[in-house]
Design a protein around this ligand. Structure first.
Ligand code: PHE
Ligand code: ZN
Length: 862
C-alpha cells in the first residue's frame, strides 16, 4: 500500500527564498507501533501548539498514507481533508490540541527503503530527509522539534530486540507471544532523526566515560555471526567520542549509544539520535573480508555519524537548503579526525582526489549547484559531493583563515548559541565572524556561487624582484551566468633551486579578480609551490616546465605539494599524448624512480604519489574527452614506468607483506605500494606476471592483497584471471559485502568486452536490484570505468539507461543517482553526446517516472 501512492506528482520546485516559519509546533509526540513485516499499525499522538497569530489549519505531510482514524483532544474528529498526499486538520481557533492519527503501513512492500521497511526479516527506518511522512502524518520539516515517546510491540520470536532513540524506560510481555518496549528521548529532535529497529540481532557491548564522568553504554547490533567483525567500528566510536571532547570540547549527552547495521540501505549511514543506522559495509570489517580502504571507510563513517550528534542533532538545520550546515561541517570534522588517527598528508591526498573525481565534474556540468542550493524538486537529489565535500572545503578555508584558536572560538560560539535550535548556514558564518574576529562578507559568496574557481598564475621579474600575478575567474553555471571573485586562502612558498634563500610557507588571502603577490628577490626564476595543502578548492592554471615540476616533486617541503607536482608532471604528459602529440616518458619515469627511493620511510605517501591520475581526471583537462586515446596513452605510460622500473616493482613484491592484522599506517602503506607495483608490472605484459600476480592472490593472508591481485588479473585475459575469479566466488559467495567486490572488479576491468560482461553479470543469480550495494558494485563501478561506459557504439549508455528504467519504480533514490554520468554529454564528441542525450530522453519518456529521476534527467539535458 505504500508504493502505489508515492506515485508521480508533477514536479514542483521548492525555493529557498520561500521559507516561512512553521505555523504549528509539536513539542511532544507519542508513537505506538504494532509491528509486523506486512502490516505495521502506527498510532501517533501529536501535541500541537499554534505559533501563527491567527487561526490556521494544521498541515500534516503524508506520503502513501491513509488516515484510519483522526481524534482531537480525545474526541473523534471530522474536520479534516486530504490535499494530495497530505492531511489537513481544521482545529478552529484552538491554540493547542492533542491530534491523534492512526495509520497502517506495509514495510515489506517498501522497496524505496525510505520510512519503515523490512530488510532480511528485520524492521528498520530511514527518515532523512522526508521519510517520516511515510510512517505517519506529521509536519516533517527539520524546524519542528519534538520530544518523542515511542511504544513498540511485536512478536517476541520475530523481533526479540526492540530499539528506538534515547533510553528504554519500560518493557514487558503479553501472553500471546508478544512483547513491548517503551523508549523516551529527552532531547527535542526533528522527525528526520527518528529511528526504530526491531529484529533478531546480537550486540557487541562496550562503554565510554565522558569527560564529565557520564558512563555511556555502547552497543553495535548486527545479525548473528557478524559480531566478530564489529571490533574496528567499536574502537572507531570510542576514538571519535574522545576526539570530539579533545578537539571541539563536545561530549555525548545520553546514557546509551546504539548502532545497528542493515544490509539494505540507500546511503552510507544515518545519524538518528542515540540510534545510528548503518549500511553493513561501514560497520563490518575483519582482515579476511575487508581491505585497508574498507577499514578506513568504517572508521571515517562511524566518526561522521557520531560527530553529527553535535553538528546536526544538537544544532540541526532550519530547512533542507541548509543541508551543508550539518554535512559540510561534519565531513570536515571526520576528515580532521581521520587525519589525526593516521597519516595527515595521505588523508589530504585522498580527500582531494575524491573532490576532483566527484565534485569538480558536478560543478562543471548541468547539475552544478551552490553548497547552499536555491531550489530543488526532490531533496534526495541534493545529497551531493558539492553539499558534502565542497561544503567541507569551505569550512576548511574558514579554519585556515582563522587559525586553530579562533576557529575553535567560532565553533564554541556556534554550538553554544544555537544548541537546541534549527540553524542556518548564515548562523554558522556569523559565529565564525564573531568568534574569530574576521569579516567574512565576501567569503559568503562560497555559499551562493556554484562552479570551481580558476586561478591563472604568471610569474614576473623586475630588477631581481619576483612577483606572482593571480587572475581569478569563476565559470558560469546553470542559472548563474555572471560571477564575482571569491575570498580564499592561498598557501604558497617559493624556492631558490640553486640553494639560495626561499620564501617560506606563506598564507595569502585572495580577494580580487586580479592580485599581485610580491615574492622577493631570487637568482633566476624560483620554483613556486602553490595552493599548498590544497588550501582552496580551485583549479590552478600555471605553465611550468617539466624540470621545475620534477624539482618540486623531489624537494618541496609540503608533502601534498610534492604529490601535486608529480601528478601535474604525469598529467601534462598524458594530456599531450591523448591529444596526439609525441611525448617522452623519461621525465615521469625519473620522477617516479626518485619518489620510490623514499618508500622505506613513508610507503603510503609514495604509493599515492606514484599512482597515475585517473582516466576521468585526464579527461577533465581536455577540451573534448577522448576516452579511447586516454586509456591507450595511460596504459602506455604505465607500461613504460613498469618496464623501466621493473627491478624496483619486483623488489617491492619480493619483500614479505606485513601481516593483514597489522593495521598501522606503515603496514597499510606497504600493502598499498605492493598493489601499485602489481598494476605497473601487469601493464608491461611481461610473460610471467600473471603467474606472479596469481601467487600474490593465493598467498594473501587478507583482503587488501587478495583484492588488489584479483583486480589486477581482472584487466587481462590470462587463465589465472578466470581461476582467481572462480576461487574468490566459491570462497565468498555467502558474504554479500565480499561478493560486491567480485562484481566490482569485473565492472572495473579494462578489457574490451566489459560492457557485455556487465550485461551478463546483471543476469547472474547473485545479482539483484533490491540491494543498493549490489547495484552500486556493478553499475556504479561500471560508470566509473570511463572507456567502457563511453564505448563508441553507445552500448554503455544503453546499459545504464536500461538500469535506471528498471530500478526507478522500485528505488527512485538509487536510480536517480545513476544519471549524472549521462549528463556529462557536453564534454564528449558529437556522436557520443547525441547518444547520451537520446538515452536521457528515453528515460524521461517512461510513464510514471519518479520525481527523483525526472529532476535529474531533465536537468541533465539542459
Ligand atoms: N545524513 C546521512 C549522513 O551523511 C546521510 C543520509 C542521507 C543517509 C539521507 C540516509 C538518507 O550522515
Ligand atoms: Zn552526514
Amino acid at each position: 500500500m505504500t508504493d502505489a501512492s508515492s506515485s508521480p506528482v508533477p514536479p514542483v520546485t521548492i525555493h529557498r527564498s520561500d521559507y516561512r516559519p512553521p505555523e504549528w509546533q509539536v513539542p511532544d509526540i507519542a508513537l505506538d507501533f504494532a509491528l509486523g513485516l506486512d502490516t505495521t499499525r502506527v498510532g501517533a499522538a501529536l501535541s500541537v501548539v499554534r505559533h501563527a497569530d491567527a487561526p490556521a489549519p494544521l498541515t500534516l505531510r503524508g506520503d502513501g498514507l491513509t488516515p484510519l482514524a483522526v481524534r482531537v483532544d480525545g474526541e473523534s474528529w471530522n474536520d479534516w481533508h486530504m490535499a494530495g498526499p497530505d492531511l489537513i486538520v481544521d482545529l478552529g481557533d484552538r491554540a493547542r490540541a492533542i491530534v491523534e492519527v492512526d495509520t497502517a503501513i506495509d514495510p515489506t512492500a517498501n522497496t524505496q527503503l525510505m520510512g519503515l521497511y523490512a530488510s532480511n526479516g528485520m524492521l528498520c527506518t530511514q527518515c532523512e530527509a522526508e521519510g517520516f511522512r511515510r510512517i505517519t502524518f506529521h509536519p516533517d520539516r527539520p524546524d519542528v522539534l519534538s520530544r518523542y515517546k515511542v511504544r513498540m510491540a511485536g512478536d517476541k520470536t520475530a523481533f526479540p530486540i526492540l530499539l528506538s532513540n534515547g533510553n528504554c524506560v519500560a518493557k514487558g510481555a503479553g501472553d500471546d507471544g508478544s512483547h513491548w518496549a517503551l523508549w523516551e528521548d529527552p532531547w527535542p529532535k526533528p522527525s528526520y532523526l527518528f529511528a526504530l529497529v526491531a529484529g533478531d540481532l546480537v550486540v557487541n557491548r562496550d562503554s565510554f566515560t565522558t569527560m564529565s564522568g557520564r558512563k555511556v553504554e555502547l552497543g553495535i547490533w548486527v545479525r548473528a555471526g557478524d559480531e566478530g567483525r564489529t571490533g574496528h567500528a567499536m574502537q572507531a566510536l570510542k576514538d571519535s567520542m574522545a576526539w570530539d571532547e579533545r578537539v571541539y570540547g563536545r561530549e555525548y549527552d545520553l546514557d546509551l549509544f546504539n548502532i545497528v547495521a542493515v544490509s539494505d540501505f540507500n546511503m552510507g549511514a544515518m545519524e538518528n539520535k542515540g540510534l545510528n543506522i548503518f549500511n553493513t559495509r561501514y560497520i563490518l570489517a575483519d582482515p579476511d573480508t575487508a581491505t585497508d580502504l574498507d577499514y578506513d571507510g568504517v572508521q571515517g563513517v562511524v566518526a561522521h555519524e557520531y560527530f553529527h550528534n553535535w553538528s546536526g542533532n544538537r544544532v540541526t538545520c532550519r530547512d533542507w537548503f541548509q543541508l551543508s550546515l550539518k554535512e559540510g561541517f561534519t565531513v570536515y570534522r571526520d576528515q580532521s579526525f581521520s587525519a589525526d588517527m593516521g597519516s595527515a598528508p595521505v588523508k589530504r591526498i585522498e580527500d582531494v582526489r575524491l573532490l576532483r573525481a566527484a565534485q569538480f565534474p558536478e560543478d562543471a556540468g548541468p547539475l552544478a549547484h551552490p553548497i547552499r542550493p536555491d531550489s530543488y524538486q526532490e531533496i534526495s537529489n541534493f545529497y551531493t559531493a558539492t553539499v558534502y565535500n565542497k561544503g567541507a572545503e569551505i569550512i576548511r578555508m574558514m579554519a585556515t583563515l582563522l587559525g586553530p584558536q579562533r576557529f575553535r572560538a567560532g565553533t564554541d560560539l556556534y554550538f553554544d548559541r544555537h544548541d537546541g535550535e534549527a540553524a542556518t548556514c548564515e548562523d554558522f558564518v556569523r559565529a565564525m565572524e564573531e568568534g574569530g574576529a574576521i569579516d567574512l562578507t565576501q567569503f559568503r559568496r562560497w555559499y551562493e556561487q556554484a562552479g570551481t574557481p580558476r586561478l591563472k598564475l604568471t610569474l614576473s621579474e623586475d630588477q631581481g624582484q619576483w612577483a606572482l600575478d593571480v587572475v581569478q575567474t569563476v565559470p558560469p553555471t546553470p542559472g548563474q551566468p555572471e560571477k564575482l571573485p571569491m575570498m580564499m586562502p592561498l598557501r604558497i612558498a617559493a624556492f631558490d633551486r640553486s640553494g639560495g634563500a626561499s620564501l617560506p610557507d606563506t598564507l595569502v588571502t585572495l580577494t580580487g579578480a586580479t592580485q599581485r603577490i610580491a615574492l622577493g628577490a631570487f637568482d633566476g626564476r624560483p620554483a613556486l609551490s602553490v595552493n599548498r595543502g590544497f588550501s582552496a578548492p580551485v583549479i590552478v592554471d600555471f605553465d611550468r616546465a617539466q624540470g621545475e615540476l620534477a624539482w618540486l616533486a623531489a624537494h618541496d617541503d609540503d608533502p601534498f605539494a610534492r604529490y601535486e607536482a608529480l601528478q601535474q608532471l604525469m598529467l601534462d604528459t598524458l594530456v599531450a599524448a591523448a591529444a596526439g602529440n609525441e611525448v617522452d616518458h623519461r621525465a615521469v619515469v625519473d620522477a617516479v624512480a626518485q619518489t620510490l627511493r623514499g618508500r622505506g620511510e613513508d610507503p603510503a605517501f609514495v604509493a599515492e604519489a606514484v599512482l597515475l591520475p585517473s582516466e576521468a581526471f585526464i579527461g577533465d583537462q581536455m577540451l573534448t574527452v577522448d576516452p579511447d586515446a586516454i586509456r591507450r596513452e595511460r596504459l602506455a605510460l604505465q607500461a613504460a614506468i613498469g618496464r623501466a622500473l621493473e627491478e624496483e616493482w619486483r623488489a617491492i613484491l619480493a619483500g614479505k607483506a606485513p601481516p593483514a592484522t597489522d593495521l598501522s599506517p606503515h603496514a597499510k602503506g606497504e600493502r598499498r605500494l605492493r598493489g601499485v607495483a602489481l598494476a605497473y608490472l601487469a601493464a608491461t605484459g611481461i610473460g610471467d606476471i600473471p603467474a606472479l600476480v596469481f601467487g600474490v592472490f593465493s598467498d594473501a593472508d587478507g583482503m587488501t592483497e587478495r583484492q588488489a591481485a584479483l583486480a589486477t588479473l581482472a584487466h587481462g585475459d590470462s587463465d589465472e584471471r578466470a581461476h582467481a575469479l572462480d576461487i574468490f566466488y566459491q570462497r565468498y559467495r555467502d558474504n554479500p559485502l565480499v561478493l560486491d567486490k567480485w562484481f566490482q572488479v569485473q565492472a572495473w576491468s579494462m578489457r574490451p568486452d566489459t560492457v557485455e560482461a556487465v550485461r551478463q553479470l546483471a543476469e547472474h543469480p547473485d545479482f539483484t536490484l533490491s540491494n543498493p550495494n549490489r547495484v552500486r558494485s556493478l553499475y556504479g563501478a561500471f560508470t566509473g570505468n570511463q572507456a567502457a561506459f563511453h564505448q563508441a557504439d553507445g552500448a554503455g549508455y544503453r546499459l545504464i539507461a536500461d538500469l535506471v528504467i528498471a530500478l526507478d519504480p522500485r528505488n527512485p533514490q538509487t536510480a536517480a543517482r545513476m544519471i549524472p554520468p549521462l549528463g556529462r554529454w557536453k564534454r564528449f564528441d558529437e556522436a557520443r553526446a547525441a547518444m547520451m542525450r537520446a538515452e536521457l530522453e528515453r528515460i524521461l519518456a517512461q510513464p510514471g517516472l519518479s520525481r527523483d529521476t525526472t529532476e535529474q534527467a531533465s536537468k541533465s539535458l539542459l
